[in-house]
Write a protein that binds this ligand. Structure first.
Ligand SMILES: Nc1ncnc2c1ncn2[C@@H]1O[C@H](COP(=O)(O)OP(=O)(O)OP(=O)(O)O)[C@@H](O)[C@H]1O
Length: 574
């Protein structure tokens, strides 16, 4: 576990807020000066009280009221500008972490938990914002008061001050000790809540599976176990705080007692007037609040540090697929694709693709077949650079794909995945996914080509029908046609199709097939094929086995070989 504070890493986010912070500091300064003014006036009240001078008391009380008002005004200034600065820091951090995550590789998201990520981006960053807000509008003024008031107290009477602050070092040590423990408990607690959030995301998005497997009890037990651990971690933190408060309170009482004793002794020795003692007591009284706040704030900082750690952990993750600084935009391509001695492994010593070389001409349709785990998905994932080969190169129209910008590369490769994810938005927005501005007529045209126009037109609000987070209100076949429409609208020269394995009813199947056929026309296509009709239609079939192309040719040619494809064909399609 890290012990170094990550708060310093917030500095680049805090710096641009200097204007708000300066305004807030003016507020702090005014507030502290007004506080010193209050102490001074309180001291002046002792004499008229002794003389029973009501007029003087009333005058001083009026000034006191005025200074309170001024102090309140400065407090508002400080609160407003510091809160603005802190919230801006949280906003910028959130935006930056989100765009950083967007740059990370597929491999990161394959292992990261969605619930955990969203917790870090929401709750953790909120907490960072709250801590910075506290730091600016509470902690700094308190520390300033803790410096200014004792200086004033020393000026009034150093012996009394010594008596008051004698327990301060012990207090400091205790606060530090508790704070460090709180930070550790908080990190644990945040991680636990994050795990809870991850379980919730998993279960609610896979609720059909949970119900289908009658796994409700199992999931409740899993959730309860994690909730129990979260309870334990939170409880430990709260218990620690509960122990700390009376200990610090006792030290404060000790300090007050010693102040009274030394004060009485000094007055009896005639080293101190009652008026000075009054002023002194007012100063000491005004210290109680900042001490309490500083202790609480320190605890919160330590707890917040856990959130800072968790946020910066994400920022520290570097993408492995990196765009070169001199990357050029890939010009519009014809679709010639060449794999040149390409090898790849997810884990060292476990090669998934082994020295693959292949030339695909523009407009050619390539079917990839092979047993599960043969490397078909990996093979196509290298083309849009979801991963980079360990060795070898991939060229599109003779240009090494590692020399071009990721955006220009990916915009020219359309992907129709096995399972279509629908984002929350209208059908039209889902078809035009990734585009801010689009022509409705172009969307409708794409939907027509994808055989989707008819069912969309029958929906209550047509293209403006809202589809849920996972498109629950559309059938599998309809979702596939939306995915095809997306690819049609993108109009890429190169297409990757991962044919859905789940069976559709024959009418839906025919509509999808027809749509796919139209989509594939005049494009270079790589298709992970699960259907015989698709395989037969392709110009070339590649049989993958343990990361190697072991056979290549047309359906008829490969059948005539009577080897692997023929065997595969017999198993899969006959
Ligand atoms: N993200 C990953 N991390 C580690 N190993 C992986 C990852 N993705 C795939 N693999 C492994 O790489 C090998 C090839 O997987 P790949 O998904 O490319 O095969 P496939 O032929 O597409 O299989 P399927 O038809 O089942 O989808 C398998 O052994 C798989 O377990």
């Amino acid at each position: 576990m890290k012990t170094r504070s990550n708060y310093w890493q917030l500095l680049p986010y805090i710096r641009p807020q200097w204007q708000n912070i300066t305004k807030g500091c003016v507020g702090i300064l005014g507030y502290v000066l007004a506080t010193l003014g209050l102490i001074n006036i309180a001291g002046k009240l002792a004499a008229p009280f002794g003389q029973g001078n009501v007029v003087a008391i009333a005058q001083l009380a009026a000034i006191l009221g005025l200074v309170f008002l001024v102090r309140g005004f400065f407090q508002s200034v400080q609160d407003i500008y510091m809160a603005k600065a802190a919230l801006r820091v949280a906003f910028t951090l959130r935006k930056q972490v989100y765009s950083h995550l967007q740059k990370l590789n597929l491999s990161f998201f394959e292992t990261a938990k969605a619930g955990d990520l969203s917790y870090r981006l929401t709750e953790d960053i909120d907490r960072v914002g709250e801590v910075i807000n506290k730091l600016f509008h509470d902690f700094i003024p308190c520390v300033l008061q803790l410096v200014a008031i004792p200086i004033y107290m020393i000026y009034l009477n150093w012996q009394l001050t010594l008596a008051t602050v004698i327990v301060a070092p012990l207090m400091g040590i205790l606060i530090g000790w508790f704070g460090e423990r709180l930070r550790k408990y908080s990190l644990k607690s945040q991680n636990r809540v994050s795990s809870l959030s991850a379980i919730l995301t998993e279960v609610f998005s896979g609720i059909r599976l949970v119900q289908a497997f009658a796994a409700e009890k199992y999931e409740v037990a899993r959730f309860s176990h994690e909730a129990e651990r979260s309870f334990q971690a939170k409880y430990l933190a709260e218990r620690l705080k509960a122990i700390q408060i009376p200990i610090i309170g006792f030290l404060e009482a000790l300090s007050a007692l010693s102040l009274l004793m030394v004060g009485a002794w000094q007055i009896s020795q005639r080293n101190l007037t009652v008026g000075e003692f009054f002023s002194y007591l007012a100063a000491a009284g005004l210290l109680i609040d900042p001490i309490g706040h500083t202790t609480n704030n320190y605890n919160e900082f330590k707890q917040g540090e856990a959130s800072v750690d968790r946020v910066f952990e994400l920022i520290a993750i570097q993408p492995t697929v990196i765009e070169k600084s001199k990357a050029i935009a890939l010009p519009p391509v014809n679709g010639k694709v060449e794999y040149h001695h390409v090898s790849f492994a997810y884990k060292p010593d476990e090669p998934v693709l082994k020295d693959i070389s292949l030339l695909v001409m523009p407009g050619e349709a390539i079917a990839l077949v092979g047993a599960s785990g043969a490397g078909k998905t990996t093979f196509v994932n290298l083309l849009p650079r979801f991963y980079d080969p360990l060795s070898g190169q991939i060229f599109i129209d003779g240009v090494d794909i590692q020399d071009v910008t990721l955006e220009s590369l990916r915009r020219q490769i359309g992907i129709v995945p096995q399972e279509t994810i629908m984002f929350s938005g209208t059908i039209a927005q889902n078809i035009a996914f990734g585009k801010d501005v689009f022509e409705m007529s172009a969307v409708a045209e794409a939907a027509k080509i994808a055989n989707a126009d008819q069912f969309i037109s029958q929906l209550p609000e047509g293209y403006h029908t809202w589809v849920g987070e996972r498109g629950v209100n559309l059938s599998g076949g309809q979702r596939q046609r939306i995915a095809i429409a997306r690819a049609v609208l993108l109009n890429p020269q190169i297409l990757i199709l991962d044919e859905a394995t789940s069976a559709l009813d024959s009418e839906s199947e025919a509509l999808v097939q027809e749509a796919l056929e139209r989509l594939m026309q005049n494009r270079t296509v790589f298709i992970i094929a699960h259907r015989l009709s698709t395989v037969r239609r392709c110009d070339r079939i590649l049989v993958l086995e343990q990361g190697q192309i072991v056979e290549s040719g047309t359906h008829e040619e490969l059948l005539a070989l009577e080897h692997r494809y023929a065997r595969f064909y017999a198993q899969q399609f006959s």
